[in-house]
Ligand binder design. Structure first.
Ligand SMILES: Cc1ncc(COP(=O)(O)O)c(C=O)c1O
Length: 408
């Protein structure tokens, strides 16, 4: 492989349970359905400021990596929030408020009416809450502001001040708690119960799946856009997608499976090696918890526990699980900012590049590349799941401000 690209070792676990030829069955429909995707698409595309994010071809990087095509879905501009997460938490807040208003008033309503303040007497009595590494909380806070309810957010100590401030700008009350991300998830789950707040989590637990599935249905809109944007003769052969609790990867897996059936691309889930809960679970054959402070620079991926509904989907539909070391993030952020050959410069945040890192690492390992069927004919798709969601950190890592790169 070309010298333009960084070299590093990936770990890989093939999914022994993958059902390549299977249809997208009722067990999976019960998690993420075609109807759920259509409802999310109709709703989200009606929000002010909606526009599909760009799907960018990177022929320079593809040729340096030794594959036929490489496509990058750039979520940096999503609703001005900087990440794909804008689609999920806010969508779930809107759905939750619809249910609350309808059950308290006995009348049907719409999110357009909620946005116009028609039921503000009820909405103002509702408090939504969540734990977050940053981007999900930003979406929930924005959704609460959009639909007119209150919002409380818990964050672990590792979340930067810049990310905290971004949530506060949408009117949320943000509290730092001791421990790692998974500890903040547990704490908010207990306190929401005690205080009558509504938990809008992006991760499920037994008995709590409706809202995380709403969140994931929001994400399927991104996957649906991507499928429509692809030239019809160039559908992807491989998707490399990063995993935190797995909601993003599961949504992408579901949408591609529903759209392409057995001709869907191979799906590879990529995690930082410091927070590799899917990789470890795949090796064990069922969900296992990864402990420690999960202190990866890829903050959005710092999860030690899989979301069970995402696990069920990916255990059926993902082909492989990879892990990448932390230093790959900075190397690939800089590479994308510069652009290879005549590729356009791209602003990618720390968690945006893990999928690409998995692809680059796999191509650097001939046995793994062969196992994944990667070669000169491959058309790979990666999701740049965030832009510079923490501009100061971005500048520190890349050496230039995101604004300068965008203007180039
Ligand atoms: C930018 C970014 N990418 C990817 C992810 C991973 O998403 P999930 O936790 O649904 O797997 C996150 C999660 O916060 C994120 O913020």
């Amino acid at each position: 492989m070309s010298r333009v690209l960084p070299h590093f070792a990936v770990r890989a676990a093939r999914n022994p349970n993958a059902r390549a030829e299977a249809a997208y069955g009722p067990d999976l429909q019960a998690i993420l359905s075609e109807a759920g995707y259509q409802a999310a698409r109709d709703e989200i595309s009606a929000w002010p400021g909606y526009a599909p994010t760009p799907l960018i071809g990177l022929p320079g990087l593809a040729s340096a990596a030794g594959i036929g095509q490489l496509w990058y879905k750039d979520e940096g501009g999503r609703f001005g929030l900087g990440s794909f997460k804008a689609l999920g938490g806010a969508y779930a807040v809107g759905r939750l408020l619809l249910r609350e208003v309808e059950s308290r008033s006995g009348r049907r309503t719409t999110t357009t009416e909620l946005r116009a303040g028609k039921h503000e007497d009820i909405a103002q009595k509702v408090t939504v809450c969540t734990a977050t590494d940053g981007n999900h909380g930003r979406s929930v806070a924005w959704g609460a502001q959009l639909f007119g309810c209150n919002c409380i957010i818990y964050i672990p100590g590792t979340v930067s001040e810049g990310r905290k401030a971004a949530m506060e700008r949408f009117g949320a009350e943000v509290r730092r708690v001791d421990g790692n991300y998974d500890d903040s998830v547990r704490q908010i789950a207990e306190e929401s119960e005690r205080n009558g707040w509504f938990l809008v989590s992006d991760t499920s637990h037994p008995g709590y799946t409706e809202i995380p599935c709403d969140v994931m249905h929001g994400y399927t809109v991104m996957a649906g856009e991507t499928i429509q944007q692809f030239p019809s003769d160039a559908t992807p052969t491989h998707v490399f997608i990063q995993g935190g609790v797995g909601g993003l990867a599961a949504a992408v897996c579901a949408r591609f499976w529903q759209s392409y059936g057995e001709h869907r691309p191979r799906l590879v889930v990529v995690e930082p090696d410091k927070a590799a809960c899917f990789y470890e679970s795949a090796r064990a054959g069922s969900p296992v918890v990864v402990t420690g402070d999960l202190d990866t620079v890829m903050g959005g991926l710092a999860a030690g526990e899989v979301s069970p509904v995402a696990w069920d989907l990916l255990w059926a539909g993902a082909d492989s699980f990879l892990t990448v070391p932390d230093e790959t993030a900075a190397a690939l952020m800089r590479l994308l900012a510069k652009g290879v050959d005549r590729d356009p410069p791209i602003v990618a945040g720390e968690s945006a590049v893990a999928g690409l890192a998995g692809l680059v690492g796999a191509l650097d390992d001939p046995t793994l590349a062969e196992d994944l069927g990667l070669g000169p004919g491959s058309r790979a798709l990666v999701f740049g799941s965030e832009g510079a969601t923490d501009p100061e950190l971005y500048q520190e890592i890349v050496g230039r401000p995101a604004e300068e790169i965008k203007a180039a």
